[in-house]
Write a protein that binds this ligand. Structure first.
Ligand SMILES: [Zn+2]
Ligand SMILES: [Zn+2]
Length: 246
């Protein structure tokens, strides 16, 4: 072992003593960034059977698409997510979004890449859901941009954060009804004029952190398609899952 490796090991040991890694869910000690074994088992990963458009899980494999997608087809072609947005996953997502826990980005992006890999392989562009520049000033970074950049690197696909813009500031979506959310986002996104030519007949992967009602990503997909995009695949880290009454 050379001297620089010895120094690195020593620094790692000091870091582990003074800044031990904690599980993102229960805050117990862990050896690497992420979750402890117990919390890993508590995460509700999204798997089949599920709606082939919005990925809402089904209890039984009896339908191709869910009632909501059947009632009104979204503008996006499909939306895939890694896990349920619930009490277990909520904390780490909120820390990533609002509390500068950007060290979580590579792990999150890795998971997202795995669920969207099939579509990334045929994609032309990766685009993040933008936030209004005033919000960006307040928050310092857009979590969807960080995820999209990392996913683009993993897939070797072009990353273009300037095409889609949040042109109109909208009230917080959190706490609003499904209908209000849909109305809230209409007309709030636009495509930058200088980049319109990049969208024609392109297959896009649109990246966001959480899929709640799908209103935001649907409006983004509508705008992208209006300007020529051929396919829009949405990937989010988490999804608010709807439970059907039987
Ligand atoms: Zn844990
Ligand atoms: Zn659906």
């Amino acid at each position: 072992m050379n001297i620089s490796n010895k120094i690195k090991n020593l620094l790692d040991t000091i870091k582990d003593i003074f800044f031990p890694l904690k599980c993102e869910c229960c805050h117990g000690f862990v050896e690497s960034v992420g979750l402890c074994a117990q919390c890993w088992n508590k995460i509700m990963w999204i798997s089949d059977p599920k709606c082939s458009i919005c990925s809402n899980p089904f209890e039984l494999d009896i339908a191709e698409i869910c009632g909501i997608c059947a009632l009104k087809r979204p503008f996006f072609d499909r939306a895939v997510s890694v896990f349920h947005y619930d009490d277990c996953s909520k904390g780490m997502i909120l820390r990533f979004k609002h509390m500068d826990s950007t060290y979580l980005c590579p792990q999150f992006a890795c998971w997202m890449y795995r669920v969207v890999e099939k579509y990334i392989k045929e994609a032309d562009l990766i685009i993040p859901v933008p936030i209004h520049f005033r919000k960006l000033l307040k928050r310092k970074y857009n979590q969807s941009e960080l995820l999209a950049r990392e996913i683009a690197l993993l897939g070797g696909v072009s990353y273009e954060p300037r095409i889609l813009q949040k042109s109109k500031r909208t009230p917080q979506q959190e706490g609003l009804t499904r209908k209000r959310r849909l109305l809230n986002v209409i007309g709030s996104f636009d495509v930058a004029k200088d980049y319109v030519h990049l969208l024609s007949h392109k297959k896009i992967v649109l990246v966001d952190d959480v899929y709640t009602t799908g209103a935001t990503v649907n409006e983004c997909a509508r705008v992208l398609k209006k300007h020529g995009a051929e396919v829009v695949t949405v990937v989010t880290l988490a999804k608010v899952v709807l439970y059907w009454k039987h």
